[in-house]
Design a binder for this molecule. Sequence first.
Ligand code: GDP
Length: 331
Amino acid sequence: MDTEKQTSEILSGDRRALSRAITLVESTREDHRAQAQALLQNLLKSGRKALRIGLSGTPGVGKSTFTEAFGMMLVAQGLKVAVLAVDPSSARSGGSILGDKTRMERLSRSPDAFIRPSPSRSALGGVARRTRETIQLCESAGYDVVLVETVGVGQSETMVADMTDIFALLLAPAGGDELQGVKRGIMEIADIILVNKADGDLKSAATRTCADYAGALRLLRKRPQDPEGFPKAMTVSALTGEGLETAWNEITTLADWRKANGIFDERRAAQALIWFRSEVESGLLSRLQSDPQAQALWSSLENAVQGGEIPPETAAAQVLDLFLNKAQRIP
Ligand code: GDP
């Protein structure tokens, strides 16, 4: 595929070209990787930037419903919205419940929305790379908002926070006064907590839960880098649409404030460094793992390590020395 042609098709907002490019960045084939990198390098020049919003929440809190309603609201305001998913469970199950188009029927039909589910059967690291690159592709294609959804399990939240500008946590109203066992680390990375289902019988519970979280957020930390009142907890209803506009206003207020204070770009620069480091680390490992001699030595040392004949660190050093000495000999 001609990279220049592909670049101009994506820049012109051609959805099929965008889909094809995402398929390209998802591929692990070496020639595809090289093409993908050339394409991404080309697209960087466009300098287009979307607002990247991370959205996390456990299954059932209403992510699909929220994304559909929130996305439709943004589209009605004339914005173009892309929805991506990082689903750690899809690596195991081979299927994804995130970014499922049938659960976002109206949004998926909108010409101004683009929905892409999580790729299945790939390691979380692979999903992360593909998502970061897909975000970049969507930005280049002219999307104003890129929403990256994830479920509240494992490392996926930190990963999504590391690739977005604003991180929102979606919660459901709690029965009692307990804070739903939300992990402290997740509270710490959330810029905004949205207590969903604040409607009908659940409204008062949602209001109470929201107050609990607002209190917890105040105790948890002060963020000198953010304006007064952030991080913030608020109630929304994805079902009735109540609070969605306010949530969007809060998100843009925070993003604008960060832009005006240089924090927005600083954060993106820091994220690029995280990405760079992780590419070096994973690249090193995959090269080591695909080196037949290093692999052979690695396997042959396993018995000795298991039998306690050689310290694991010494065995590791032998494998690394062999690999690195070989690498040095490559002209
Ligand atoms: P997900 O698993 O996080 O994507 O959650 P879904 O969007 O599939 O929603 C799970 C259930 O919660 C569905 O039955 C939705 O109809 C319901 N739900 C989602 N948002 C709301 C809301 O704002 N209010 C109420 N009452 N129910 C909601």
